[in-house]
Design a protein around this ligand. Structure first.
Ligand SMILES: Nc1ncnc2c1ncn2[C@@H]1O[C@H](COP(=O)(O)OP(=O)(O)OP(=O)(O)O)[C@@H](O)[C@H]1O
Length: 243
């Protein structure tokens, strides 16, 4: 579903992605991991067509990102790390505003149904500034789901929120995966990786350090890793010190 081939991204002289290649299969939940500054957000922004790569090729569902950005945008929902919501207007006005960009026209009741699914139905008429941090994250996610995309790109969708909201968001991600959506998301949360991801990709200095399952990573590390907890394998993997 997502094919990244030798993609590089320069910001001035800084190489944020360095000839990175990876692929994500249809229906997979793919966790994108790596230390701060390793290039995760940059990759998601390239895939979401928010920024152009400096080199390499990307295809999404067979569409070439350089020539066919429009059909790609219809297929993907992007949840950016920064909240893309307006504090001074209501929850409903936020979803109505964002839904206007979609080719799928949604009625008022369809928009309310979207809010209800994520537990925000009873807050539809409240200003966003009155919501908790977890509720704002949920609103940021629901905006990406309005056009019913096949692919979700989520940049730290659960960062900095309470345990309950995190659990509810993770349940939603699981449900979306069960519906057959392909999901690529970044996180720094070990439990999420173990609970949600079919496969993980680890970036190190803009390159792919590892791609596969956690079990395969443990096997690749050899006998020395057999006593390590999943958390320790993951810690070494994310720090680029497992192999
Ligand atoms: N707009 C920009 N201009 C200049 N440099 C940038 C820009 N965006 C990202 N970078 C640099 O590119 C590198 C990769 O950043 P990126 O945000 O992709 O990392 P990340 O893995 O998502 O980090 P984090 O886990 O902290 O979110 C960093 O060195 C960062 O400083």
């Amino acid at each position: 579903m997502i094919e990244v081939h030798e993609v590089s991204k320069m910001y001035g002289k800084k190489k944020s992605l360095d000839r990175l290649s990876l692929s994500v299969k249809k229906g997979q939940v793919y966790g994108l991991l790596g230390a701060n500054g390793s290039g995760k957000s940059t990759l998601l922004k390239v895939l979401a067509t928010v920024t152009d790569a400096s080199g390499g090729n990307v295809t999404i569902a067979g569409y070439d990102i350089k020539k066919q950005a429009k059909p790609i945008r219809e297929l993907i929902g992007f949840v950016p790390q920064e909240l893309s919501i307006w504090e001074e207007v209501t929850v409903f006005e936020n979803v109505r505003y964002w839904s206007a960009f979609s080719s799928k026209k949604l009625t008022k009741s369809a928009l309310i149904t979207h809010l209800e699914k994520i537990g925000l139905g009873d807050r539809a008429n409240d200003k966003v500034k009155t919501l908790s941090g977890g509720m704002k994250r949920k609103l940021n996610i629901v905006i990406a789901l309005l056009h019913d995309p096949d692919i979700l790109l989520m940049d730290e969708p659960t960062v900095g929120i309470d345990f309950q909201s995190k659990f509810e968001i993770n349940q939603l991600i699981k449900q979306l995966a069960n519906e057959g959506k392909t999901i690529m998301y970044t996180t720094h949360d070990v439990v999420e990786v173990l609970f949600l991801c079919d496969e993980i990709g680890v970036l190190k200095d803009g390159q792919l350090y590892y791609s596969g399952t956690l079990g395969e990573a443990r096997g690749k590390a050899g006998a020395v890793a057999s006593d390590w907890s999943d958390e320790e394998v993951l810690y070494r993997l994310v720090n680029g010190q497992l192999f």
